[in-house]
Design a protein around this ligand. Sequence first.
Ligand code: NAG
Ligand code: NAG
Ligand code: NAG
Ligand code: NAG
Ligand code: NAG
Ligand code: NAG
Length: 811
Amino acid sequence: MFWHIPILIILYNFLFTYSSSPSSPTHSLSKGSSVYVDRKDDNLVSPNKLFTAGFYEVGTNAYCFSIWFTEPLAQNMNPTVIWMANRDMPVNGKHSKLSLQDDGDLVLHDADQSIVWSTETKNTSRSLSLQLEDTGNLVLREVNGDSVPVWESFDHPTDTLLPDQLFTKNSQLISSRSNANFSSGYFRLYFENNNVLSLLYNSPEITSVYWPPPYQKTWEAGRSAYNNSRIAKLDSQGQFNSSDDLGFFVWDFGMSRQRIMKLDYDGNIRVYSLIDHQKEGKKWEVQWQAFSGSCKIHGVCGPNSLCTYSQETGRKCACVPGYKRKNQTDWTFGCEPKFRTCAQVSEDYIKLRFVEFYGFDMSVLLNSTLEACKQACLNDCKCKGFQFKFENTNYNYNYNCYLKSLLYNGYQRGFRDPMYIKLPKQLVSPAQQALIVKGSNLICPEQQQIMPIQRSYEKKHASSSLKFLLWFVYGIGIMEVLLVLIFFYITLKDSFRTAKSYFPIASGFKRFTYTELKTATRNFSKEIGRGGAGVVYKGKLSDDRTAGIKMLKEGNIHQGEAEFQAEISTIGRLNHMNLIETWGYCIEGKHRLVVYEYMENGSLATCLNSNKLDWGKKLEIAIGTAKGLAYLHEECLEWVLHCDVKPHNILLDADYNPKVADFGLSKLFDRGAIENSCFSRIRGTRGYMAPEWVFNLPITSKVDVYSYGVVVLEMITGKSPLQMLQLGEGSSSGRDQTLVEWVRSKIREHIGSQNGAWIEEIVDGRTCGEYDTRALINLVKVALQCAEDDRDARPSMSQVVNILLDLRYDD
Ligand SMILES: *[C@@H]1O[C@H](CO)[C@@H](O)[C@H](O)[C@H]1NC(C)=O
Ligand SMILES: *[C@@H]1O[C@H](CO)[C@@H](O)[C@H](O)[C@H]1NC(C)=O
Ligand SMILES: *[C@@H]1O[C@H](CO)[C@@H](O)[C@H](O)[C@H]1NC(C)=O
Ligand SMILES: *[C@@H]1O[C@H](CO)[C@@H](O)[C@H](O)[C@H]1NC(C)=O
Ligand SMILES: *[C@@H]1O[C@H](CO)[C@@H](O)[C@H](O)[C@H]1NC(C)=O
Ligand SMILES: *[C@@H]1O[C@H](CO)[C@@H](O)[C@H](O)[C@H]1NC(C)=O
């Protein structure tokens, strides 16, 4: 009857492990004691149980001493790590330990007893203890009394700041290498020598500051270089203040939530709040970020590459034509030439539009010509290409030419000046010469792979009797482990399946309460606009920003709700300088409101009526509007149609920069489905609507092109298309004539006479200021082409942008 003894032992062991597992947590470590890597429960826990400090597994058998939020997220088995002692030197999973030595030094020993990290607090004879405080701060301080800490983790952040943690002149945040690799990456947040809180890309090859944007002066970026106290903090309410005058509120300001401010591995700095989604559990959601399109972060795609960004797909990288990817797993290596450089072969250029490469100018040719630029770059074998910019130098508009020694920080988006890439002639095919690299053609960076880290350690020799005992214990241990594993497998297998993404997607805007908006608009007292979908009020938000707040019509609520949903889901994802920015929304009972940025100069419609615009401004508005629409149609990677382009929906900021507003009627398309897409009901405004609506033809992005053409004609002629329809103005046949037909008839009347004589007959005589006849004629021609009845004869919005920009160069 001895067979049951081993079983009893196993059972005893099992029960013992189980009953003792929720061992009372330790809050502090006193002199002479240690935290061991092999004892899983051997952690420090803050008194409020929010934070845990202990060994965190960062790779196979590789551990870092870390602090994390005790509670793991439902979606994500890994807890959120906020601090690491030895991120670049993980220790072995056996025999490693963190000890508070008798000499007062806090030391992290690897398995081979080598010192991997220490606080260097030797020679403090006082009696010390290590505590994890409720704030998440790991503090080494004297046992009795609240004296100044000898050492604290808040002074040595890794990539994360907690609320009320001071960021000082001695602090820096360094991003991790990737989402799976916690070791130090290339991005850094710190106070620059000029007292400005800055972000730096610091790779082995290049170093450059990318935030605040290097092309802006300190004061233009809203910063001050004159306060050398160099101190910053995110407070518990969600307000961030820095001594360089940087300040912001997070979206959910004032709500008491867990927050972290983190320099992410993609080089963006974000504030996250922990939001409880009842059913799906808790998630970290972005409440503020320094960049909304992360392509302006330097170094993201490595050298010789181009970056594109959209909210849906995130950041994408692609090689510049003529170059190929260097490392298939890591984009920071960028691309390398497919050809031999400086090989004395004949060379030519590929032109890339809407692309900028920042920095690495080897020389600048001011007031130059395209031919001179091309020659200058050909003459220097180090020159990789040049940016040809039309810009204001000393109050004169000139073409300046920036020769590049390195193609770095390339990104794509609405940037008008072309980039010329120098390549051997055989790589430049005629079809390639004026290439627009499309975002959709870009290759996604692959997920970074997790590599095992192997840390070796010396085995100690043991006596043979000890060995036997050890084997015995191991035997029992293995069985125990098996049982525990089976138990865990059964209970955890479902949760493992869901462990996946690390960063939730930003919701993009804030949800306001109705009361908040009522206060902001002083009970909806100041009306600034009125449209089909509702009334727009001016308001002041609690953070002092002025906003346009649109209340959707209540009587019309069913339709209003559909429009509202379309509006929210569409504009929430869009981000372009010529599109109105949406700050938030409100759904409460019957109320549906949208909060936009406020535009000082109101709509193009009112400005046209009050005759505020000169020809220069009108041309810029035409270009800006075209860019906004081109972005909607093409750069977004999904086709977004506006469907109601008209002067009332083009708003003007303080400098008369146009921003397209009101996407209430837009609908999202899959690129593939574009041909047979069909709307169920007619949308748009009479006078601006393309014939497709009337004839029930498929609706494509060309409906916006048509409306755009009409808007441009309206700007030039000063005649409202709707009024023309109502008055029957210019109709000789008794039949209604559209604005487009009227302009065409004027041009026909002058066939044979001097070129361009008709322009004087159609331009708005009320508009003051000189106009460039040739530019205006071309603008009318573009507008007429946009307003062709046959949709295939109309150009695309991005073609319009290109034509108009060339037109401006020609002035
Ligand atoms: C610590 O004290 C010892 C002896 O008192 C001295 O030799 C050593 O230099 C001191 N170390 C530091 C870092 O102050
Ligand atoms: C931030 O600055 C504002 C005004 O400049 C001040 O009212 C507020 O108290 C500051 N907040 C913190 C946390 O310092
Ligand atoms: C510098 O910034 C600190 C912290 O924000 C502030 O308390 C101090 O008044 C500022 N000093 C000056 C001269 O503006
Ligand atoms: C690519 O980079 C990874 C990680 O940095 C490295 O391990 C790998 O060897 C590199 N591959 C090539 C082909 O260079
Ligand atoms: C630019 O060059 C042109 C022709 O070389 C010259 O007429 C013009 O004055 C120059 N402009 C400036 C601002 O130097
Ligand atoms: C993490 O990145 C560092 C630096 O690039 C590299 O040396 C290390 O091997 C990586 N670790 C893992 C686990 O991939």
